[in-house]
Design a binder for this molecule. Structure first.
Ligand code: OOG
Ligand code: MG
Length: 279
């Protein structure tokens, strides 16, 4: 990968300081995790958690993890992480200005060209992304060069968001607790990272053959590799490592668009081919 002059980047993050503060209230965390899990399974939007009382960022990440642990207890496995609000387009769309992350499980994976059950979702949106496939573990503060060396593949991708909150309306702790609105994702063919310059790839999101969003990979923190550096930093702060074989979604390059039922979606990134899904 070229353009590795990214060391020293220090994006703001809602997860900074995640480890080390007082433990959030266990009853509150378990209760919110259950509410969110019920919303996913019941396909029913709920009011923001913060409408019920205060929730700080640490507690919100604890809720996220507890809700994911409910899924893992039902047999799902972690396959990676997703970064959120890595582009200005996304921050402006949702009114949130901190980097966040969420966890991806195998149940969220849609194979390239596959079908997504629209009826299983509340009010889905889709957005164009880039994905990294890790060949080596990554955790903590790493340089862009180290992050780049850990990458085994890069691909065009899409993410389907489905906020569990009514009207897709949330504050920062709400969306963190809700696993950064993650619902599903698909990844195109993997490419050798050494063969692609990710710094400024044209990206298109097409719905039924019409361009629904267009942007550049440069919208992702100026260079998508910065998103991987941030993911490693956040993982380290949370006492985790990004594992070999995991996928890291770098964040959307454009605002998300409503995903209708019965639609054919194609996301294209210059030099990386395309990925498709039908709803
Ligand atoms: C939160 C998720 C943000 C991204 O790529 O920036 C995100 C949302 O927009 O509901 O996935
Ligand atoms: Mg996204």
């Amino acid at each position: 990968m070229k353009n590795l002059d990214l060391d020293g980047y220090a994006g703001r993050s809602g997860l900074d300081g995640y480890a080390g503060r007082g433990a959030p209230d266990a009853g509150l965390v378990a209760g919110h995790a259950r509410q969110l899990d019920d919303a996913v399974r019941g396909r029913r939007a709920i009011p923001r958690l913060t409408s019920e009382g205060p929730l700080d960022v640490d507690a919100a990440y604890a809720v996220q993890r507890a809700a994911l642990d409910l899924r893992v207890a039902r047999g799902e496995t972690f396959v990676g992480v997703k970064m959120g609000f890595t582009s200005r387009a996304k921050m402006a769309q949702m009114g949130v200005a901190d980097l966040i992350w969420g966890l991806l499980t195998d149940a969220m994976v849609v194979e390239d060209g596959g079908r997504l059950d629209h009826a299983a979702l509340i009010h889905p949106r889709v957005e164009p992304e880039l994905a990294f496939l890790l060949g080596e573990p990554l955790s903590g503060p790493v340089t862009a060069a180290t992050a780049a060396r850990a990458v085994a593949g890069v691909a065009v991708a899409y993410e389907v968001l489905d906020s569990r909150f009514a009207d897709f309306s949330f504050s920062l702790p709400d969306v963190i607790a809700d696993n950064a609105s993650a619902a599903a994702f698909g990844v195109g063919p993997w490419h050798d990272p050494a063969a692609v310059d990710l710094s400024n790839l044209g990206m298109l999101l097409e719905i039924d053959g019409r361009v629904a969003a267009a942007g550049s990979s440069a919208a992702i923190l100026g260079h998508p590799l910065r998103s991987l550096v941030a993911a490693a930093r956040l993982a380290g702060a949370a006492g985790l490592a990004l594992e070999p074989g995991w996928v890291v979604l770098a964040g959307a390059a454009t605002a998300a668009v409503e995903l209708p039922a019965g639609a054919h979606v194609r996301v294209v990134a210059a030099g990386l081919g395309h990925v498709e899904v039908t709803t």
